[in-house]
Design a binder for this molecule. Structure first.
Ligand code: ACO
Ligand code: OAA
Length: 378
């Protein structure tokens, strides 16, 4: 038994997985052998979900069946709707609302009582949770903003249907493709903190409805998925300040703060997803006739790279991409969860298939020889 302390489990190998491969020095990301560039360009979110959950890219028939089964699960039970409404009316934090609503889905899931390791039941449960998350986020956002929810449609793709439910109108092709691509880019990333959290929970043989809210909770933090909202808030703060981007970034570092959207535990170079998303952010700016957000971002990127040797992660350019798509800033992290749930489920399935309780050690550094004194004598 090694006594070497690895804080943050940095670099510690704890599992084998066939799901995603990351080369942090080359800036490369692969899902089950397929490059992220190819998948982002040519595959839909539904195809990538199928790939992750079933091990191969679907043929047309498999994809049609899978897509139909997923889209048939978009509606929420009335009780879940009531929960979403009450959370929105209480102005709950969107990630907290998502965590609570997803947890409540077990009450109406016909497979909720199945053996936690039953793969078929987990695929059904996973499909239902994944299909319902966009409905929860869109309904929450609309109610919170004083509007009535828009019912899901089965004839639209996962990406199209979300934007339709959010805005009350069908997205144009550019918005639908950009959003679908963002979902593909965010779906899996090795043993990141939220995926690992959901694996730890499932390793106790707790069920999927326990592991997914755990993943949502872990993703919400500002060192992880929560950074996409922080990035946009920072860009808005920069805009408001009237400062030059470099001056603003310098001030931030001098104040001892981190610049959200930079740095990564695994990448030592620019995140390949940031590369793809920066192109999207630029294209959206060009289409809108203003490159302001893109140019703020690239100025900060160049300076952070020169000054700190830090490169942008996935959250940096997703922020300005979503902003230019008109998506409310405080649902950027729920949108991350909407995608990453596919990866959580795939890793949980792997965990159940070759399960060993995840239980590391901590080094005890407290005292060992205190004399107990009864409470009335303390
Ligand atoms: C989807 C995702 O989860 S991607 C990550 C999203 N999170 C963010 O964007 C938040 C900002 N980034 C960070 O806080 C970090 O880079 C993390 C948490 C992502 C990775 O952290 P770690 O691997 O633990 O690196 P660590 O925190 O030790 O940082 C290493 C050094 O880089 C610095 N650094 C890392 N990120 C940043 C940043 N964004 N801004 C300024 N300095 C930074 C640290 O201060 C540290 O410097 P030091 O050695 O002089 O003290
Ligand atoms: O892998 C990580 O540590 C963070 C993460 O989830 C990602 O970059 O998508």
């Amino acid at each position: 038994m090694s006594d070497e302390l690895k804080k943050g489990l940095e670099g510690v190998l704890v599992a084998e997985s066939e799901l995603s491969y990351i080369d942090g020095d080359a800036g490369e990301l692969i899902y089950r052998g397929y490059s992220i560039d190819d998948l982002a360009r040519d595959a839909s979110y539904e195809e990538v979900l199928y790939l992750l959950w079933h091990g191969h890219l679907p043929n047309s028939e498999e994809l049609a069946e899978f897509t139909e089964a997923m889209s048939a699960e978009r509606e929420l039970h009335d009780d879940v709707h009531d929960i979403v409404r009450s959370l929105a009316e209480a102005d709950e934090n969107p990630m907290a609302a998502l965590r609570t609503a997803v947890s409540s889905l077990s009450a109406h899931d016909p497979d909720a009582a199945a053996d936690p390791q039953d793969r078929d039941a987990n695929l059904q449960k996973g499909r239902r949770i994944t299909a319902k998350i966009p409905t929860i986020i869109a309904a929450f956002t609309r109610i919170r903003d004083g509007e009535e929810p828009v019912a899901p449609r089965e004839d639209l793709s996962h990406a199209e249907n979300f934007l339709y439910m959010l805005n009350g109108e069908e997205p144009d092709e550019v918005l639908a493709e950009t959003f679908d691509m963002a979902l593909v880019l965010h779906v899996d990333h090795g043993l990141n903190a939220s995926t690992f959290s959901s694996m730890v929970i499932s390793s106790t043989l707790a069920d999927l409805h326990s592991a997914i809210p755990g993943g949502i909770g872990a993703l919400s933090g500002s060192l992880h998925g929560g950074a996409n909202q922080d990035v946009m808030e920072a860009l808005l703060e920069l805009d408001e300040s009237g400062k030059e981007p470099v001056e603003w970034a310098k001030d931030k570092l001098e104040a001892g703060e981190r610049v959200p959207g930079f740095g990564h535990r695994v990448y030592n170079v620019k995140d390949p997803r940031a590369r793809i998303l920066s192109d999207k952010s630029k294209a959206l700016g060009e289409a809108a006739g203003s490159l302001k957000w893109f140019e703020y971002s690239t100025s900060i990127e160049d300076w952070m790279n020169e000054e700190k040797g830090l490169a942008p992660n996935v959250d940096f350019y997703s922020a300005s991409t979503y902003y230019q798509m008109g998506i409310p800033v405080d649902i950027y992290t729920p949108i991350f969860a909407m995608s990453r749930v596919g990866g959580w489920i795939a890793h949980i399935l792997e965990q159940y298939e070759d399960n060993r309780l995840i239980r590391p050690r901590g080094r005890y550094i407290g005292s060992t020889d205190e004399e107990f004194v009864p409470v009335e004598e303390r």
